[in-house]
Structures are given as C-alpha cells and as structure tokens.
Write a protein that binds this ligand. Structure first.
Ligand code: F0G
Length: 351
C-alpha cells in the first residue's frame, strides 16, 4: 500500500527516535503544498500554500506532538501538560488519548477559539482556564512540570521542534529544492525555529542547494520581536498568536538573521483581508492567525520588497473550522426560500 505512514516513519533517520521508541501517531504530516493562483498573479511569483490545517487535529502542532508524546511515553511519563492558545492543547489531548496518558492543559481564560476548546474537551483533557494570558500559562506549566510528575510538551521541549522541522523536508521533497522565501506566522516562535532547522539540515546534507530567506509575521498588537521588548498585554483577533514573550524569541531572531530574512508585524485588518482572500479566491479556509503569513506577503509585495519570479511558500498553520466566527461575522444571512424550484432559481439569479 502507499498510505503515508506519519512523519516519524517517513523521516525516521532524521529524528531523535530509536527502535525502542513507541511511535504514537495519527499519521500526521504529508500535508498538501497547494499552488496559489491569485497570490502568484498578485506578486509575480510562484506562491505555494503549505496547508497545515490538513493535519489530524487541524494544525501543524501534530508534527511536534507525535514526537513529544512518543518520547514522553518512552521515558515512562503517565501525564503530560502544556500551555496553549488552543491548537497545542487540542493536539496534546488527542495524542495523549492514543498514548493512554493523562493530559492537562492551561489556556488563557476566554481567549481560545471554541473549536479548539471543543477538541480538548472531547478528547478528555483536564482543562484549567488561567486568569492570565498565554505567557502566564507557559510559566505555570513550566513550574508544574518542574515540581510534579508531568512532562511538558510545549515547544520549549526540543523534541517538538524536531517533529515540526519535517514540514521543511516535505517542501523540499515536493519542489526539488528549497524555495527562495518561506513565510510564517510567528507566535511563540517555535515553528519558524523548526523550519529553519529543517531547511539547514537538508542543505547541509546536499538534499537542497540553498536555504530560503525566512519571513515571519506577528500580529501588530502582539509583536514583541518586532518591537524589541515583551508585550505585557498582547492583543489581536488572531488568538493563536496572542503572545507577548515568545519562548523561542532568540531562535527566531537567529533564523531571521542567518537567512537574511525579516520579522515584521501585520495589523488585524490586514490579517482579516488575507483570511478572506484565501477562502474566497484560493479555496483554502484557514484560521485568522494562519492568514498572518499571507497578509505579510501581500504587505511586503505592496512595499516593493518582493522581486518577481521567486518561489515562495507560505505556511498556513491551522484549519478555518477551528475559529469560524470570523467567517460568519458581518456576512449576510442566507435567504430562506420555499421548497420551490422557480423561487429558488429566482433567488439564485438563474431565472
Ligand atoms: N498559527 C497557529 C494556528 C498557531 O496555533 C500558532 C501557535 C502559531 C501560528 C504560531 O506558531 O508559536 O510556533 O510561533 N500556537 C500555540 C498554541 C501557541 O498554543 O497552540 P509558533
């Protein structure tokens, strides 16, 4: 058979696992790299979308989680914990089920999307809503894992980064070489760190001939790396990246500087424009935070920073169904019609 075997089996020789590691998997990875027609026309480039919402729990977090939970299982952990803006907790909850482990999640009170909360609930995680933001949740999760028998599965766990770097491998495997530019949303900054590691490994082994420039985009109200200082009270509609003091801050700056890239901010308005464009013109429904990558590309293009003819990959990190409120918001109510073909045809402009 030719079924994708999950990223640990597909990239086993490039991951810190041994024959003794129990592989906990939902067959994550192997996600589509979709040519983006409208974005390509707008920029004069060949733009692709790495659609990470196609992972089993609907976000890229599954790549890190298959590694983190497998290794925690190997080390005998019976419980795992994470802080999350929603996607990490959804993923940890699902993979903990597969591993028969207890999962505890700490989320910022009232600031996680309903779809993500529903995942943690239905997978049976122990959920604490913390009276604080993501940064407070992470501090608490670290303290708990230091003092109690519970393994931390946030991206400060280096094994998470190892799993997430496989997305870069998949892109090079699909395109035959690294792109010129790779664009990502940045929150806690684990993912930009992971892609940069993946690209460098492939280049070092001669599988690719070069490295891309890494372009990261934060939400303007939550842009500590851009501002050069932590944001005490981060704000953005893109709750997934509502983070004021990213754990992998330094690694993100290294990815930017070593690759000749950039990390900039996009406004919530720019995020929503890109969110709607992706759905309405590319047929790809992502959550708002994911659209920050595309918003950043469009902003850079408008500023004349995108030379035509380049190959560009934008990672869209999470599925639109996680946080559908922004799709419904402001949209007209569908009209009600009787069970009558002529009346329906009239309303559709067909008659
Ligand atoms: N996009 C989505 C959909 C996310 O959920 C996250 C992070 C990011 C982008 C940013 O990635 O943190 O590696 O820079 N979500 C984390 C969570 C914080 O808890 O689910 P990053």
């Amino acid at each position: 058979t030719h079924q994708w075997r999950g990223l640990i089996e597909e990239y086993r020789d490039r991951l810190p696992v041994t024959a003794a590691t129990p592989v906990v998997t939902l067959l994550e990875g192997g996600t589509p790299l979709v040519p983006a027609q409208v974005l390509s026309e707008r920029t004069g480039c060949d733009v692709f979308l790495k659609v990470e919402g196609a992972n089993p729990t609907g976000s890229f977090k599954d790549r890190g989680m298959t590694m983190a939970i497998s290794r925690a299982k190997e080390e005998g952990a019976q419980a795992v914990i994470c802080a999350s803006t929603g996607n990490t907790s959804a993923s940890a909850a699902a993979y903990a089920v597969r591993a028969r482990m207890v999962c505890a999640v700490l989320v910022p009170q009232g600031k996680i999307a309903l779809g993500k909360m529903s995942q943690a609930l239905i997978h049976g995680a122990k959920i604490l809503q913390v009276d604080g933001n993501f940064d407070d949740c992470l501090e608490l999760a670290r303290a708990l894992s230091d003092k109690y028998p519970v393994a931390l599965v946030n991206s400060v766990n280096p094994v998470r980064i190892e799993g997430q770097k496989t997305a870069a491998f998949e892109i090079v495997d699909a395109l035959g070489d690294a792109p010129d530019i790779h664009v990502l949303p940045v929150g806690n900054a684990g993912n930009i760190t992971a892609y940069w590691k993946g690209y460098r490994e492939y280049a070092a082994d001669g599988i690719s001939s070069r490295n891309p420039r890494m372009w990261g985009f934060q939400a303007a109200g939550s842009a500590p790396i851009v501002n050069g200082a932590p944001v005490r009270n981060p704000q953005t509609i893109a709750t997934a990246i509502r983070i004021g003091n990213p754990a992998s801050w330094q690694f993100a700056e290294e990815a930017r500087d070593e690759s000749g890239g950039l990390i900039e901010a996009v406004t919530d308005r720019q995020i929503l424009v890109a969110y709607r464009l992706l759905a309405a013109q590319e047929g790809v429904f992502v959550e708002p935070a994911s659209a920050a990558s595309v918003a950043g590309l469009l902003k850079a293009a408008e500023e004349g920073k995108v030379d035509p003819g380049q190959r560009i990959v934008c990672t869209v990190t999470g599925n639109g169904l996680k946080d559908p409120g922004w799709a419904v918001d402001g949209a007209p109510q569908p009209v009600i019609v009787p069970v009558d073909a002529h009346a329906a045809a009239e309303r559709l402009g067909l008659a």
